[in-house]
Design a protein around this ligand. Structure first.
Ligand SMILES: [Zn+2]
Length: 317
């Protein structure tokens, strides 16, 4: 194998800073790997299976990729790819988000038009669109320029391309900040969480959806769990995400499975990359015209409501 060390970097654990880890899955690089191929791995919804080394921190049990592709290569790839298949499922994503938001409004007894939301990593704007329709004031940011342009064209809402550090949001600006299927993609989640802590109001809510590596689906599917992807740099469970958020100044107030609705055909097509039986199911669903029906599923996606701990901002300064 050629020497690719210039593309990779080692990172300490983001929870306990330890460099001591045990290898769970070894890396699987092909002879013909090059920078173009690495860039290809990091499209926003890339379903490229895991090829980087997966490790578990010996101190706190956080599972993460180490070493992994350098941050600048990952970000460059997110910024400059287009992703039409991802966008096609947006109507169902909006429907799922509206249901979830209505539930949150009831649980937290909040009034939509009195709350300003920042959605970080909004992809094609499905969540901001849902929040906007329910009466929230909302802005979405996303590194992928193509998705942002498509979202603005289609929904005429406030979306901006870039990552959090590109923007100069005011201190205590937002009531709610959301990370939908984003935290596991971040190269520097700690830095992002500290920035969030600065721009969220003191009693503000942080909503996070992530794939849980301790979920039943993960345990049953083992190496075929569909969230083992090269774009997923961190594999949290309830314990590690609690610890991580606590370190960053947030207290978890609820944690539950998140049920996603997408078209049956889209799910079967993606699943066929893992289990051949789904390829047959996909063709049958198309033949009998069931491929467009909405299908509700959970494969370990977990939804967290966290709240900024009082006085944390002061401790940072
Ligand atoms: Zn650790």
């Amino acid at each position: 194998m050629r020497n690719f060390s210039s593309y990779f970097e080692f990172n300490p654990c983001i929870i306990c800073k330890s460099n001591d880890f045990k290898v769970l899955k070894k890396s699987k690089y092909n002879e013909d790997l090059n920078e173009d191929k690495l860039l290809q791995l990091y499209k926003s919804s890339s379903d490229e299976k895991l090829i980087d080394q997966m490790v578990c921190c010996k101190e706190c049990n956080l599972v993460y990729l180490n070493p992994r592709v350098k941050s600048n290569i990952i970000l460059n790839s997110y910024t400059n790819s287009d992703d039409p298949t991802f966008f096609e499922q947006n109507n169902l994503r909006i429907r799922t988000f509206k249901k979830q938001l209505n539930k949150i409004v009831r649980t937290l007894s909040i009034t939509p038009n009195k709350n300003y939301i920042l959605d970080i990593g909004c992809a094609g704007g499905a969540f901001p669109k849902a929040a906007h329709d329910l009466g929230f004031k909302v802005i979405g940011i996303e590194p992928n320029k193509w998705l942002v342009n498509e979202g603005i064209k289609k929904y005429n809402i406030d979306l901006k391309s870039g990552i959090l550090s590109d923007f100069n949001f005011q201190k205590e600006n937002f009531n709610i900040i959301t990370l939908w299927d984003v935290i596991e993609h971040l190269t520097n989640p700690e830095e992002v969480l500290h920035s969030i802590s600065h721009i969220i109001k003191n009693d503000g809510y942080l909503l996070i959806n992530y794939p849980d590596v301790n979920s039943l689906a993960c345990k049953l599917m083992r190496s075929k769990w569909p969230f083992y992807l090269n774009v997923h740099l961190f594999y949290f469970n309830r314990k590690t995400i609690n610890k991580f958020l606590d370190n960053c100044g947030f207290k978890v107030i609820s944690c539950e499975p998140f049920w996603q609705t997408l078209e049956l055909g889209y799910i079967l097509k993606r699943a066929s990359a893992y289990f051949k039986i789904f390829k047959i199911a996909y063709f049958i669903s198309k033949k009998i015209k069931l491929d467009k029906i909405p299908f509700k599923y959970n494969l370990g996606q977990t939804f967290i409501i966290a709240q900024k701990k009082a006085g944390h901002e002061k401790n940072l300064e």
